[in-house]
Design a protein around this ligand. Structure first.
Ligand code: F3S
Length: 390
């Protein structure tokens, strides 16, 4: 990978150790993937925030990187942390965990990365335009940005996104190049797909089959395929496979689907079978909505459904701090609290330490959460739509 004169100076350490380290990371990745050069990116979304997922080694790396003078040079923002940064006590987060999480936040703050703590930055006004190059690292956000917005990002790791935040560039390979943005399998949708869990179940099915390929969907009913459902579809595909980009005819801004590629019909029966397969709990001790993080509309619907009712189980409605502020203003958070639930900001059911908190079976309406709650959080799962869960 060729570096410009200025990039070479950074690599030689002339602009400090922090930048040098970031450049070393990008150069190594660029060479592994045969990139020709670095290209500018307009934003970086940095995962690796929850203390649960990064642990002491991750915290040490961040503190060291910050001490070396690494600072963001472009708009850079964080993925969910392991707790609600303001109301962690109310969530029941153990104090020791909270102390370590706050150290992680301090390290990121000193590097100038903004504590948005969400996997849905596109719901709080961060919506890169079609063709815009970015470096994002949360798999569902990557999928949404590439597919629904037509922006361009690879599946960055926490470390490479952080390095891009510092340098403002990324190696030019993979999904930054037109040739690599071509679908190789079409799913012909013959199912009704009227429920959110249909999109999650389709995502699990399609992701397993597509793996790291680019799938395309034909025949999706546009009136059901709103942004909330498409974020759920993309999240599930990114979790069951490594799908970073998909096309949906008439829905996504791009459609690069050559003739003669593999075609797979999808009937409602297959989706119902997938939902049944994901069901491992008969009852739950925690219900979680908001994977990916809830939109204001989703929170409004929950508040409306809970009006005048009392919950017997714990309920977390996960969202970003910014959307929670709006939900507070509209009175939705108060309505949910009245029923016994919580609107939880900055975190989610997967990256919060729920197993350490004693939860054993969790309800979720998200295909991605249904996968990770079982594999990463040792939970039995009830995968159902929001009305059934409530
Ligand atoms: Fe977001 Fe957590 Fe799901 S980071 S996509 S809510 S697993």
């Amino acid at each position: 990978m060729l570096l410009t004169k200025d990039e070479g100076k950074i690599l030689d350490g002339e602009l400090g150790e922090g930048k040098q380290k970031a450049m070393q990371i990008l150069k190594t990745i660029g060479e592994i993937y045969d990139a020709d050069r670095l290209i500018p990116v307009t934003s970086a979304q940095v995962a690796g925030v929850s203390y649960k997922t990064i642990g002491d080694a991750g915290l040490e790396f961040l503190e060291d990187f910050a001490a070396k003078g690494a600072r963001a040079s472009i708009p850079a923002f964080l993925n969910p942390a392991g707790m609600d940064l303001k109301n962690w006590e109310e969530m029941g987060i153990p104090r020791k965990f909270a102390e370590m999480q706050l150290k992680v936040m301090k390290a990121y703050a000193s590097m100038g990365i903004s504590a948005t703590c969400t996997c849905t930055p596109y719901l709080i006004g961060i919506r890169p335009k079609r063709g815009e190059h970015i470096a994002w690292s949360e798999s569902s956000a990557i999928s949404f940005a590439n597919s629904m917005l037509g922006a361009r990002t690879n599946r960055e790791s926490a470390v490479t996104a952080l390095a891009s935040a510092v340098i403002g560039k990324t190696p030019n390979f993979g999904l930054h190049l037109n040739n690599n943005r071509v679908a190789s399998v079409v799913f012909e949708i013959k199912a009704g797909m009227s429920k959110l869990t249909d999109f999650g179940a389709l995502g699990i099915f399609a992701g397993r089959l597509a793996k790291e390929r680019i799938p395309a969907f034909e025949g999706m009913n546009r009136s059901f395929a709103n942004e909330d459902r498409m974020k759920s579809l993309g999240a599930a595909m990114a979790a069951s496979g490594s799908v970073a980009l998909y096309y949906a005819k008439g829905i996504t801004p791009e459609w690069v689907v050559p003739a003669g590629i593999e075609r797979v019909p999808i009937e409602q029966k297959q989706l119902d079978e997938m939902k049944a397969k994901m069901q491992s709990a008969d009852s739950v001790d925690l219900v979680t909505i908001g994977c990916p993080h809830c939109s204001l509309q989703e929170i409004k619907e929950i508040a409306w459904r809970l009006k005048g009712k009392k919950l017997k189980m714990k309920l977390w409605v996960c969202t970003s701090g910014k959307v929670k502020e709006q939900a507070d203003k509209e009175g939705y958070s108060a309505a949910i609290r009245e029923a016994g639930g919580l609107v939880v900001a900055d975190t989610c059911m997967v990256v919060a330490p729920i197993e350490q908190m004693g939860f054993k079976s969790t309800g979720a309406n998200s295909g991605k959460a249904a996968i990770y709650l079982q594999s990463l959080c040792r939970q039995k799962v009830s995968f159902k739509d929001v009305e059934e869960l409530l």
